[in-house]
Design a binder for this molecule. Structure first.
Ligand code: G6Q
Length: 525
């Protein structure tokens, strides 16, 4: 395919646009603007079959322990399974547990949203602060951003993740302790960033009150770890549970979605689960050739392994989806950014690309230059929503026109322009032949957002399975969780440093700055 141009491919296949478009339950994937023929797609599907993808999908849905390095089942799909389904983990049906927690979340959210849940001074809750990081932040933060139009106006919902105190300080600056509810979201309840923020939030609350039930009125937890939640001082009655078979970055549909439920209400959350379930069913049952997540996954493998593409951009043409690139960055890179195979050997091929992106049209005025004329070979996904959630005239046509124009220009370039000075011709040249997928969603609703999330979850699964990696562990993240502990102790002590000369000098410089800041604070008092 190296010599084939998209101009030729489209000329050779008259209805290519339609023939290379697949739709499921309103979600449309047009993959015609890729450097593939129908034969290429057949070969890629053959690769998926040879890699045992269909058996892998079944193993996941059936709750087999496919997360082999942590010896766990991978069952985020059970979080959106309807009441009457049975999904067993070690002989126990987990669907009733899932629905039990959903009901508790819904009942709690109703109390908060209706003002029946009171803060320590008897006032209703006006602000919710979700404290969590990584998988316990990116999902609900992304979905809240996407679904603001469905949110209640009576709650101001905020997300704090960074251990950088500016994040929490800015979030709390204009909030009142007596009307603020903290949702401490942490699967393990041992993550240092989250616990540091949670402790500071607790101090902030208690500084304004000595009510004995202040923490009980203003803190709830989402976790799998009851002991640590209780040790923190949150009543396990105010804890919403999930399970070790839900990975952090796959946890938005679990109790980790509590802040979102508070914002949009339990019914909307259930609609999101239903959308994800629809995509689950499609992924599990549709033939590979018609299977949206599989097609996206195979095209990604095509560029990553056969064209050596290092990066893939996510370009949502919708401001409401502005956090989707960051969310997918974690989903994809943390799942498949691995070099060890499931068989315990070094992976012989390249795995996850670098995922990045920004909403359109903003990106067009920034990095699209490189997409059109740069020297990096890459692919991208355009995501568009057909019907907007506002009624401002003119905007949406312009937005969608830009989306279509960009994918067209990337694919076909611009014919040689012989007007203007000849020496500028080469600068004004657009060669095209740059691949992209276009995903269209009818309207952005909780349901379609659930579909979109599951679409990408399963794309990542398909790729990871074919590459032969375990998409569900994250040893690279675990390392980060322990590395800083030694240095934090050294900063506080004045003892000798035994790192390399660079690290020693950096720590020394920080120690000096810290001492100087301390002196300045004292002098200012
Ligand atoms: C996700 C990762 C990671 C995790 C955070 C937060 O798959 O494992 O991003 O979600 O480190 O972990 P806790 O929820 O345990 O605080």
């Amino acid at each position: 395919m190296a010599g084939a141009t998209m101009t030729d491919l489209f000329a050779a296949q008259r209805d290519r646009g339609q023939e290379m478009t697949v739709e499921h339950d309103g979600i449309v994937l047009d993959f015609s603007k890729n450097r593939v023929t129908t034969h290429t797609m057949d070969l890629l599907v053959g690769l998926a079959q040879e890699a045992g993808l269909e058996a892998g999908v079944e193993a996941m849905f059936r709750g087999e322990r496919i997360n082999i390095t942590e010896d766990r089942a991978v069952l985020h799909t059970a979080l959106r399974a309807p009441h009457d389904t049975v999904v067993e983990v070690e002989g126990r049906d987990v669907v009733p547990d899932v629905h039990g927690v959903l009901e508790r979340m819904g009942a709690f959210a109703d109390r908060v949203r209706s003002g029946r849940w009171r803060g320590m001074s008897g006032k209703p809750i006006a602000a919710v602060v979700n404290i969590g990081i990584g998988g316990s932040d990116l999902g609900p933060a992304m979905a809240y951003q996407a679904l603001r139009e469905f949110s209640t106006d009576t709650l101001d919902v905020r997300f704090v993740s960074n251990v950088d105190g500016h994040d929490l300080a800015r979030t709390l600056r204009d909030l009142e302790p007596e009307t603020t509810l903290f949702v401490i979201s942490s699967k393990t309840f041992t993550t240092v960033e989250t616990l540091t923020n949670a402790r500071t939030a607790r101090r902030w609350l208690l500084a304004s009150s000595d009510e004995p039930d202040a923490v009980a009125r203003h803190f709830v937890a989402v976790s799998t770890n009851t002991d640590e939640v209780a040790a923190f001082g949150i009543d396990p009655a105010n804890m919403f549970e999930f399970w070790d078979w839900v990975g952090g970055r796959y946890s938005l549909h679990s109790a980790i979605g509590l802040s979102l439920v508070l914002a949009v209400g339990p019914q909307r959350f259930r609609e999101m689960l239903a959308g994800a379930h629809s995509m689950d069913q499609h992924f599990r049952t549709a033939p590979l050739r018609q299977n949206l997540p599989v097609l996206l996954g195979l095209l990604g493998i095509w560029y990553r392994n056969f064209w050596d593409a290092q990066t893939h951009a996510i370009l949502p043409y919708d401001q409401r989806l502005s956090r989707v690139p960051a969310y997918l960055q974690q989903l994809d890179m943390e799942s498949n950014g691995k070099s060890a195979g499931r068989d315990g050997r070094e992976c012989p091929v390249g795995t996850a690309p670098i995922i990045w992106g920004e909403p359109g049209t903003n990106g067009q005025h920034a990095f699209f230059q490189l997409l059109h004329q740069g020297t990096v070979f890459m692919s991208c996904d355009f995501i568009g929503v057909l019907e907007p959630g506002h009624d401002l005239p003119g905007h949406h046509d312009l937005l969608m026109a830009n989306l279509f124009a960009q994918s067209e220009a990337l694919a076909f370039g611009k014919p040689e322009d012989d007007s203007g000075p000849p020496e500028l011709r080469v600068h004004r040249r657009f060669l095209g032949n740059r691949p992209s997928n276009t995903i269209l969603i009818p309207r952005l609703t909780p349901y379609s957002l659930g579909q979109l999330i599951a679409l990408y979850e399963h794309k990542v699964f398909a790729q990871g399975w074919i590459w032969g990696v375990n998409s569900f562990d994250q040893w690279g993240v675990e390392l980060g969780k322990v590395l800083a502990n030694r240095i934090v102790a050294e900063i506080d002590s004045e003892g000798d440093l035994t790192h390399d000369s660079s690290t020693n000098a950096l720590i020394q410089r920080y120690r000096h700055a810290r001492r100087a800041a301390g002196r300045n604070r004292k002098a200012g008092q």
